[in-house]
Structures are given as structure tokens and as C-alpha cells.
Ligand binder design. Structure first.
Ligand SMILES: Nc1nc2c(ncn2[C@@H]2O[C@H](COP(=O)(O)OP(=O)(O)OP(=O)(O)O)[C@@H](O)[C@H]2O)c(=O)[nH]1
Ligand SMILES: [Mg+2]
Length: 449
């Protein structure tokens, strides 16, 4: 990392555009194009001046100076706040390149922060997640990961694995001394199981992480014409789906995301369930059944009292799902004459909007109940690379558990232990990380980060 890199760090079109420079020559190169020589200036200072191309003034700017190792990248760095004109920004970048900078690759500043030991790999990935976060939940997860909560849990697992390794090694070193007794094997087994539980818990959080990232899937299902599409529109406050009194209006599924209390939900309007000879409608109904399977929460919408066999059918189709039973078209019901259902359910009118805000509250509470919301310090795995490593570490630990139970000797277990350690180290980049892995991680970053 002997070269000095530069890039535009802000999205084009704003009033201000920030250009970042990082590397050993950062301050010298800036001084070539700035009205003031800042090559010997104090770190953590801001300077007013002009960017110039020989005699021509390009822009009036503020520059912030940072010195290694106290900067984002851990190198000497500069941030130039220019006016946000595309012409100015391109001109300043061209000037910097002309004076010895190289245009940065996507994520290269963060990659340097990682290589200089400012953050570990999972924290670097959290930076990208933070930039991509669109709601409170994904923001909180990324923040927690960036602050090192995940890293410290991994460090704790590493410590326990090392302890286990040393206990097994001790057993090996003194295995000739039959009269000496070492760590009780059942204690080793307990420790291994504790480690495995922790790894499994982290791996399982991936499903929650995915749901929070992509929106918790909520399927709106029921018979034809009960008002599913009207409900989707009412939830979104948007005329998204076609509504008509013709049975079987919705054929394909319609998905839209929406925020409730900072959690993203993905509502899925589906084709109404009924017996039909229409081939296209039949395909739609099959999709409805697929969507029920993929959903975390199922809203069963009704507009009349269901029969026992219909109730059985609903239970059968949505087995294992969180179900919310709702009676729609409350505006058509004379509440005094209404015969209550066998199912516990609430009333709404998708058409008038009555009961919709209560329904939203209820949906949020159901998500909370199944552990789909997040708190500031929760560690929730959202990254497929991390999930993959955790799953592999779990497999190795599982083999250690089996081995301990079969009374295998320590040397037969140590290989799997070492593999588990290496696999977990891949997450934080503690092991030497191959270039292609690094390339894959950082290529999805924006330039300038
Ligand atoms: N009075 C009243 N009518 C409603 C209400 N909700 C929906 N409707 C009407 O019921 C009819 C069917 O509504 P849709 O939303 O298309 O029903 P759907 O369940 O999506 O129907 P399919 O797509 O055919 O399965 C339309 O004429 C709506 O205007 C309501 O709360 N009250
Ligand atoms: Mg519909």
C-alpha cells in the first residue's frame, strides 16, 4: 500500500461533494493543488483555501487532515469538501491523479482500514451494511456489528476453543503416565457442547437476519373476493393491486415492502383460494400455497363465517406459521346480529380503513413474539459468508462431540478443533485471507468508501 488513492466519497448531485485521499503522499499531493502548503500541518485540523490548477482557481474548499494511524484507513488522509458541481469534482479528481494519486477501487478505503488493523473483516462488511441500511432494524444490526459485538462473541468462542485444545493436548502429553488424571472427559464434553450451542445460535440468527434485511414475509390469503388486494392497498396506502368484485381477480402474487415501527415487512397479496378449472388461476393458487410456506406470518382474511372443514383446511395449509385471522368488510356487518366465530379474530374494513392501524400493531407484535425484531446490542448474522463459516465450524465441533462420546483420543480430535478455529477466524479475517476472498467482499462497496 505504497500508493496514494483518491475518490469521490459522496453521491453526485448534492451541494457539497467530498473527495477523499489516503496514502503516504496524501498531504504532499494535496499541497501541490492547494493554495496552502499543508504537508507539515498538524493532524486533525481543517484548512480553508482554494484548489488550483496552476494559475487557475478551481474551487473554494475546506480540507480536513488526518495523520496515520489516527484516520479511517490508518494512513495519512485528507477530505476535501468542494462545491458539488460535477465539473469541479471531476476536475479536482483529475488534478489529484495528475499529481500522483491513483483512482481508488470500490471499498478500497475500508479495505485499507482492515489491512491496517483498524477494523476486522466482519466490521468492514458492517460498514457496507450500514450504508445500505434502510430501516431501524438493519441499521441496528449493522451498528452492533460495526461496534464489534459480533467480533467479541467470536473472540470468546476462540478462547473457549483454545482452552479445549490445550486441555486435550495436556491429556496427550501425559498419556504415558497412567496414574495421572487429567481433565474429566465429561467436563470437556460439556464445554464443547456450550461452544456448539453458541455457534448454532449465531447460525440460526441468519434466518432472522435475512427476514429483517429483505422484509419479514407476511402472506395475505383467503378465499376469492374477501378483500385481500383491498387490504394490501390499505396497508400500503397506495393503489397497488387491482381490486374488483369479480372472483379470482388476482392471479400472480404481488409483493411490497413497508416499514412498521422501524421493521421492514414484505406483504404478499395472493390469488384467492377456490376450486377452479381455469388453468391460469390454478397456477396462481399453487403460488399462493408456495407463499404461505415461505411466509413468517400469515393473515387469513375472511368475509363470512368459515365451516369446520374450512377451518381445518386453513390450519393444514399454514401449519407452523404465525397466523392472524381477520374478518373483513366490517362495514357490512350489523355487530349486534353477528355470530362470533370459533376462531379468535378481529374485525376490519379494508375499504374504509377501520381497524387497519390496530392490525399493523398486531403484525408488529407477532413479529416480536417470534423473535423477528432486534435490539441495539443483538448479534444477528446477516451475511451469507459468515453463515457459511458458522455452519462449517458447527460441523467440526459436532465431530469433536461425537469423538468425545466415542472416547477417541485427543490427537484424533485436535484436527477438527483446529479446523473449527480456522473457520471462525475466516469471519474476522484473523487468518490470512486470500486475495480473491478480499476482492469479492470489497467489490460490492461503493467507490469512495
Ligand atoms: N364493503 C366492503 N367491501 C369491501 C371491503 N374490502 C374489499 N371490498 C370489496 O370486495 C371486492 C373484492 O375485493 P378484492 O380486494 O379485489 O378481493 P380479493 O380478496 O383480492 O379477491 P381476489 O383477488 O379475487 O381473490 C371489491 O369489490 C372490494 O371493493 C370492505 O372492507 N368493505
Ligand atoms: Mg385480489
Amino acid at each position: 500500500m505504497t500508493d496514494t488513492i483518491c475518490a469521490l466519497a459522496t453521491a453526485p448531485g448534492g451541494a457539497i461533494g467530498i473527495i477523499r485521499i489516503s496514502g503516504p503522499q496524501a498531504l504532499e499531493i494535496l499541497s501541490h493543488v492547494f493554495t496552502k502548503d499543508v504537508s507539515q500541518a498538524q493532524p486533525n485540523t481543517i484548512h480553508y483555501g482554494h484548489i488550483k490548477d496552476r494559475a487557475e482557481m478551481i474551487d473554494e474548499v475546506m480540507v480536513s487532515l488526518f495523520r496515520a494511524p489516527h484516520s479511517y484507513t490508518g494512513e495519512d488522509s485528507v477530505e476535501i469538501s468542494c462545491h458539488g458541481s460535477r465539473y469541479i469534482l471531476n476536475k479536482v479528481l483529475a488534478l489529484l491523479i495528475e499529481n500522483g494519486c491513483r483512482q481508488a477501487n470500490p471499498g478500497e478505503f475500508t479495505q485499507r482500514a482492515f489491512l491496517n488493523g483498524k477494523i476486522d473483516l466482519s466490521q468492514a462488511e458492517a460498514v457496507a451494511d450500514l450504508i445500505a441500511s434502510t430501516n431501524r432494524a438493519t441499521h441496528q444490526i449493522a451498528m452492533s456489528q460495526l461496534r464489534g459485538n459480533f467480533s467479541s462473541q467470536l473472540a470468546q468462542l476462540r478462547e473457549q476453543l483454545l482452552k479445549l485444545t490445550s486441555l486435550l493436548e495436556l491429556e496427550l502429553d501425559f498419556s504415558d503416565h497412567e496414574d495421572l488424571e487429567f481433565a474429566d472427559r465429561s467436563e470437556l464434553l460439556e464445554l464443547t457442547k456450550t461452544i456448539d450451542n453458541h455457534i448454532t445460535r449465531l447460525a440460526h440468527s441468519f434466518e432472522t437476519g435475512q427476514a429483517l434485511k429483505q422484509g419479514i414475509p407476511v402472506a395475505i390469503v383467503g378465499k376469492t373476493n374477501v378483500g385481500k388486494s383491498t387490504l394490501l392497498n390499505a396497508l400500503l396506502k397506495d393503489d397497488r393491486a387491482i381490486v374488483s368484485d369479480i372472483h379470482g381477480t388476482t392471479r400472480d402474487t404481488i409483493e411490497e415492502t413497508m416499514d412498521i415501527n422501524g421493521i421492514q415487512f414484505r406483504f404478499i397479496d395472493t390469488a384467492g383460494l377456490r376450486k377452479t378449472d381455469d388453468e391460469v388461476e390454478q397456477i396462481g393458487i399453487e403460488r399462493t400455497i408456495q407463499k404461505i410456506k415461505q411466509a413468517r406470518i400469515v393473515i387469513w382474511l375472511l368475509d363470512q363465517r368459515p365451516t369446520w372443514s374450512e377451518i381445518d383446511e386453513m390450519h393444514e395449509l399454514s401449519k407452523g406459521k404465525k397466523c392472524i385471522y381477520i374478518h373483513n368488510k366490517a362495514d357490512l356487518i350489523d355487530i349486534h346480529k353477528f355470530n362470533p366465530y370459533i376462531l379468535p379474530l378481529s374485525m376490519i374494513s379494508a375499504k374504509t380503513g377501520k381497524g387497519i392501524s390496530n392490525l399493523k400493531k398486531r403484525i408488529f407484535e407477532e413479529a416480536e413474539r417470534v423473535g423477528l425484531t432486534s435490539n441495539a446490542n443483538d448479534v444477528i448474522v446477516t451475511n451469507a459468508r459468515h453463515y457459511d463459516a458458522l455452519t462449517r465450524a458447527h460441523d467440526h465441533i459436532q465431530r469433536v462431540i461425537d469423538g468425545l462420546q466415542m472416547q477417541l483420543s485427543g490427537d484424533l480430535l485436535s484436527e477438527d478443533l483446529r479446523q473449527a478455529l480456522d473457520t471462525l477466524a475466516e469471519i474476522t479475517g484473523g487468518q490470512i485471507t486470500p486475495n480473491e476472498v478480499l476482492g469479492n467482499i470489497f467489490k460490492n462497496f461503493c467507490v469512495g468508501k
